[in-house]
Ligand binder design. Sequence first.
Ligand code: PLP
Length: 430
Amino acid sequence: MTVSSTHAETIVLHAGFRKDPATNAVAVPIYQTTSYQFDSADHAANLFALKELGNIYTRIMNPTCDVLEKRLAALEGGVAALAVSSGQSASMMAIHNIAQAGDNVVSSTDLYGGTWNLFGNTLKTMGIETRFVDPKDPQAFARATDDKTRAYYAETLPNPKLEVFPIREVAEVGKKLGVPLIMDNTAAHGLCRPFDHGAAIIASSCTKYIGGHGNSIGGIIIDSGKFDWEGNAKRFPLLNTPDPSYHGAVWTQAVKPLGPIAYIIKARVTLLRDQGQAMSPFNAFLFLTGLETLPLRMERHCQNAAKVAEFLSKHPKVARVIYPGQMSGEARRRADAYLKGGYGGLVGFELKSGYDGGKKFINALGLFYHLANIGDSRSLAIHNASTTHSQLSAEEQLATGVTPGYVRLSVGLEHIDDIIADLKKGLDAA
Ligand code: PLP
């Protein structure tokens, strides 16, 4: 029996797995195995020829990872997914799967620093150019597009600015020009489903809210199954011309009988095969465990963050609060259009006492952890100017939204009174 539901709370508990076929175990077993015995020579040949899908070797697929993939695909309304070793691997593979030397990607400037480095430096060394554009202007994506553009890329809820990306507007630009929108939904899983707004692919970190407990690194690529790779064959030669690494398979044709999974199957059987950034089954198990409570945790993260934003907005030492629920104009419209059930767990604020005040604030905290992460059950804080953004010039910091007194909070699940009490301690010192 399979449980079908459109509700996130049910999907995260039931999609993709009811019980272990071998033991009837209800918790998803950790299949800690490298390889899988073939039933027969024909069975093996069929698996390798992709005539049927099944387990060959854990670098390429694993039953524990498979449940996580199915569950996250169901949560996001996609057709299939691929679990990888980190969020960084997910963004790298999401691009590399369709772009090669000479191609370009148009990306929002509002990006996680690791993605910024990947796009601005590492992809560049591979001959793939990234054209950064301001997400405030969706038409900027159209202007930066040419016949070598292979994807648009953005984050749903990017920090530190926390201005929600215009998903539908840019997806529509992409649809007209035949360019897929890839969304990093890391900070908004459970609040926004980018596929509902026209995005083609999701490339996210599982390390944050999906895992939720700060204990494992992982990433996920999800295919909506809706982008017309074949109809835009000229733009996507890697999916529409014979692949010499797989007996000349043309991906849009080779797996057609299995569904609209050309993009995600190619990522698995070529890039994951060749580069090997697989998720470990143990991490998949931890992500599955975390995922079971994602909707519940998100609800509380959002409630606590709203109260923190409210408290900070009234504090005399705070110059400005950066929080989607306190924005106005177009930024607020986008937050309301794309985030459902709350404005997320992240809150930024600017101390009037600037750079030194930021460091004093951090040093006085007792409950909040001072570290470079988001999405943990515990509350986290970081003073970006002296840490994550310290290698950037003052002008570059400002362009990313980091002022000298900017502090980023990832508001956790502790009791709100304890969270506020700790912030008060920090603010007294700042
Ligand atoms: N995307 C976003 C929005 C992130 O915040 C991060 C990490 O902080 C990543 C991607 C990279 O994920 P990972 O650390 O799992 O490689």
